[in-house]
Design a protein around this ligand. Sequence first.
Ligand code: KG4
Ligand code: ZN
Length: 333
Amino acid sequence: MSVILAIESSCDETSVAICNNGKITANVIANQTIHQNYGGVIPELASRVHQQNIVPVIQQALIDAKVSKKDINAVAFTRGPGLLGSLLVGVSFAKSFALALNLPLISVNHMHAHILAHFIDDPKPTFPFLCLTVSGGHTQIVLVKDYFDMEIVGQSLDDAAGEAFDKTAKILNLPYPGGPLIDQHAKHGNPLAFKFPEPQIKNLDYSFSGLKTAILYFIRAQEKENPDFIAENLDDICASVQHSIVHILLNKLKKAAALYQIKDIAIAGGVSANTGLRTALAEKATELNWNVYIPAFEYCTDNAAMIAIAGHYKYINKEFVGQDIAPASRMEF
Ligand code: KG4
Ligand code: ZN
């Protein structure tokens, strides 16, 4: 029996979850709206807001899970990768909490946790499977052999897929984070209205910086002819950009599936909330006879439930860390 309290603070969500014997009984997320008008997360502001949010979020999680501090058996936390100041708040809080209650500490890699979110609810994937992890900072195709035995077989050489969404949104004067807004507008647009070049990258790697530049030059050129181009074509632009990103993502995933002869395919990370990606993946499943695993919306973007489930599996292995642990903005996979 184990009750794990988990803390996630790697970017701009302060989240605390509780996992009772492998079952998530609380997952509280405080979003930071302060970054909306800056076109991206301002690290200094994010750390300050984590500092304000962490105690109320912990208290709410304990209430939701109907447990008290004395019921907790271990404290799991995101060690990295992420913004150092943001991570410091979660890691320091986890260490103090564990020290005060004499509890073991469990260090979790945020990117592993995105993938392990698939083990929160049924149906759970069987090993080995391939996971396309697409977030604001990472784009990776991961060969998942076991809970903590994972290998990156392809990744972005520059921008992440989430960045491609967010930077396009910025070009279109949409607030941060732009991914969900592009998704909304895309629902009403024509995905084939505008064509953008597909990067020619070898093997299973990705590149999204060229796409961003192509979009920027395209919009600038169109605006010279028609200053209202964005306003008049917003839905079509969003649908076309989303179509391009999804097409690029799935092409390499298809290659990876063929190369590794794997038909169990998962997606994870914030961009896996994208409607276009979810629909296209479901279509690929039918076409290629894949078993696809698409996480519930609440477990796509950053949340502590995924840290808690990772913590649960580490607790079973008694994989604890000492009080000398420090956050790592970059972390080995
Ligand atoms: O995993 P996540 O919450 O944070 C990181 O670890 O980075 O991912 C955030 C990213 C942002 O770039 C955001 O724009 C994108 O996920 N995102 C989406 C959608 N929801 C979140 N992108 C496209 N469509 C969405 N529906
Ligand atoms: Zn994330």
